[in-house]
Design a binder for this molecule. Structure first.
Ligand code: HEM
Length: 322
């Protein structure tokens, strides 16, 4: 019997099905799915919000709302050390006890040995608005990466609808200008662009000139806002707690008196050995993490045991940053 005639034979029977039949089949299906859940849902034993169990909707909702950092603390209080945040995603909690427009200058120095001069011009030329838009968009699009690629594929028809693609805008132009100037002019001191260029010269097929440009632009995106908010938070907490600020000032004065640092020169190695400074930085980052999101990594094929729970290979396992 041909497929066509089989279908023709089955259709009248389908049409004669009553609503109550469909409802019964539907209810039986839901019951079977729920009863067998622990068998096929490999994360069934990990507690978490109801919606997070079924879809990335929970992550998208809180990423868009911008309250993920608060939600993560509440999850930890409600469910304990390990929480399910998506169908294939688990979050583990670790326990560990404004200089706004100036921060791109820090990144400019690190990456290109050059300040962008935003403070002198008293304007960031829209840089922070662009970074904020792109990172805000990336935080929820990152929960459903396939959407990014569909958008990428459809963009010749629908244009650019996601702010995360703003990475290709003005900041990339700044980075592009610096990269092309570096081909002819040597930097004043070794910087990150030198290192990117080095890798490119050694392995041009793996790290092409587009990758050099992308890494330089990524630095501005990834480093500006994070540095700004971290320095601001550390300063804020020191001002709120003058007794700690005093202790830090004493350490700074002692290092200066010993000639190891000056107003214009604090070598990295010396700063690393300034115990109280390091404590203040770490505590500031703990109190106000710049990236208030989960930091996912894929569990290796053999799986992992975390907080006494078996997490299968391939699941996305995050560590909280708050
Ligand atoms: C206090 C300051 C900073 C904080 C708190 C911070 C935090 C982070 C975090 C949490 C990530 C994601 C890690 C992950 O993969 O899970 C990241 C990635 C990154 N950071 Fe930072 N960061 C800071 C400063 C910087 C600076 C100064 C630079 C560059 C000059 C930088 C460049 C990058 C880059 C290139 C990435 C990778 C971005 C990507 O995946 O494309 N960061 N940072």
């Amino acid at each position: 019997m041909s497929l066509h005639s089989s279908l023709q034979g089955a259709l009248p029977q389908l049409e004669s099905l009553k609503f109550s039949d469909v409802l019964t089949v539907g209810l039986i299906t839901v019951a079977v799915v729920l009863l067998t859940l622990p068998l096929w849902d490999r994360l069934a034993s990990v507690p978490g919000p109801f919606w997070a169990r079924w879809s990335p909707i929970w992550m998208i909702y809180h990423s868009l709302k911008g309250d993920m950092h608060r939600e993560m603390i509440q999850l930890h209080e409600k469910y304990g050390g390990i929480v399910r945040t998506g169908p294939f995603e688990v979050l583990r909690f670790t326990f560990w006890v404004l200089y706004l427009i100036g921060s791109p200058d820090v990144i400019g120095e690190l990456t290109f040995s050059k300040r962008f001069g935003f403070i002198e011009e008293a304007s960031d030329k829209g840089t922070f608005a662009q970074i904020e838009g792109a990172l805000g968009s990336a935080s929820w699009v990152g929960q459903v990466p396939w959407l990014y690629w569909i958008h990428d594929w459809l963009s010749p028809l629908i244009g650019n609808r996601l702010k995360v693609t703003n990475r290709h805008g003005m900041l990339r132009e700044i980075a592009g200008k610096e990269v092309s100037e570096r081909s002819s002019v040597q930097s004043a001191h070794p910087d990150m662009l030198d290192k990117f260029m080095d890798v490119h010269r050694k392995q041009p097929e793996k790290f092409d000139s587009m990758a050099v440009l992308s890494m330089a632009a990524s630095n501005i995106f990834a480093g500006s806002d994070t540095t700004a908010i971290s320095i601001s938070a550390i300063m804020y907490h020191l001002c709120k707690n003058p007794q700690y600020k005093q202790k830090l000032l004493e350490e700074i004065d002692a290092e200066a008196a010993a000639g190891r640092i000056s107003r214009t020169n604090v070598p990295y190695k010396v700063a690393q050995n300034m115990h109280y400074l390091q404590v203040c930085i770490q505590e500031g980052l703990r109190c106000h993490p710049a990236v208030g999101m989960s930091m996912p990594r894929v569990v290796p094929p053999e799986g992992l045991v975390v907080n006494g729970k078996r997490i299968p290979g391939g699941v996305s396992l995050s560590t909280d940053s708050v």
